[in-house]
Design a protein around this ligand. Structure first.
Ligand code: TRP
Length: 333
């Protein structure tokens, strides 16, 4: 039986943090066995919002390949590539732009939201407006059957389906309408300040942080805000420190002990932070070693991307040729 094709992309906007690790990466690891999995780094997507400062895109691209591979994505078992190495994506975006009415893009929720909320970047450019079309082309250029998505990406997938239908109605039924794979919701990981972990909030613990960096960040973490003194009983259920500890502790009895002694006001947050930092550092130590080993291989990330693009190319070139024939730029062949 041939496996269904799944695809997902990440914008190279920084190193991966614990929120990614528990939220998406674990799903990506299982997907590589269950699907014909395509994972790509959406560097053109990063350009759409960061066009005024592109200086770190390559560095972040390399970081992402190292994070992915050290976490267990295996370039032999899945296809890892960079969007900009697949120019067919740009050509398909252009064809999509012909069949897409402007209001379809204007009403995408993430577009409206970001235009209103983002103030430190100029998002008045055409590239950002077309972001969802570029995403539609990413998905369609490999004829992906399924796309694992979180809530926030659902409207993008819905738009993709609409655009594909319109393309197919106009030129002939060929492109695949992708289905959303609502990923098993990963754990919601709080950041060091208790809000959702996010690089843009400055509250992230990166999976590639050094033990020293991890210790320092954990020391600065918020705990139960109502617990001012060690003699105040705390509530582990709302304590970000405890929530992360639950994810990384190797020892359920120890975890239960910290839970109880916090509720009973018998142990303090400083000690709990030390223990949690130790457990987190241990939890990530295999990852850290593998990442260091991969980073020591000169050109490793670029080599992975190059061979991934070579693996994707037979698919993407076949699809773009078929599209060229469908729009009658090329002759039927
Ligand atoms: N928009 C996605 C994000 O912000 C990144 C992305 C680009 C993507 N193209 C995609 C995700 C195609 C899934 C499929 O995270």
């Amino acid at each position: 039986m041939t496996r269904k094709r799944a695809l997902t992309g990440y914008r190279p906007t920084g190193k991966l943090h614990l929120g990614h690790w528990f939220g998406n990466l674990q799903n990506m690891l299982t997907m590589q066995d269950e699907y014909d999995a395509f994972y790509f780094i959406a560097d053109w997507h990063a350009l759409t919002s960061d066009w005024a400062d592109t200086s770190r895109i390559r560095e972040y691209t390399e970081d992402m390949v190292l994070d992915w591979c050290a976490a267990g994505l295996d370039p032999e078992r899945c296809t890892i590539y960079r969007q900009s190495d697949v120019p067919e994506v740009a050509e398909l975006t252009l064809y999509f732009s012909m069949v897409t009415p402007l209001p379809w893009l204007e009403r995408v929720p993430s577009y409206k939201e970001q235009r209103e909320q983002v103030t430190d970047k100029d998002l008045g450019n055409l590239g950002f407006f077309m972001y969802p079309l570029l995403q539609a082309a990413d998905i369609t250029i490999v004829l992906a059957d399924v796309v694992p998505v979180g809530e926030d990406q659902l409207p993008h997938l819905e738009l993709t389906r609409e655009v594909v239908r319109r393309f197919n109605n106009t030129f002939g039924d060929y492109l695949v309408e992708p289905a959303a794979l609502i990923a098993k919701l990963g754990a919601r990981v709080p950041g060091t300040d208790g809000r959702k972990m996010s690089k843009s909030y400055g509250n992230a613990i990166f999976i590639s942080d050094t033990p020293e960096e991890i210790s320092a960040k954990v020391r600065g973490m918020i705990t139960d805000p109502a617990r001012k003194l060690k003699s105040d009983p705390g509530d582990p259920d709302i304590c970000p420190l405890h929530q992360i500890h639950k994810l990384v502790s190797p020892d359920a009895d120890d975890l239960a002990w910290w839970d109880q002694c916090c509720r009973a006001a018998e142990c303090g947050c400083v000690d709990h932070k030390k223990k949690m930092a130790t457990d987190l550092i241990d939890y990530l130590s295999d990852f850290r070693d593998r990442r260091a080993a991969l980073a020591a291989k000169p050109g490793f990330a670029w080599h992975v991307l190059e061979s991934g693009a070579a693996k994707a190319h037979p698919v993407t070139s076949e699809v773009i040729q078929a599209c060229r024939r469908l729009v009658r730029i090329d002759e039927d062949g």
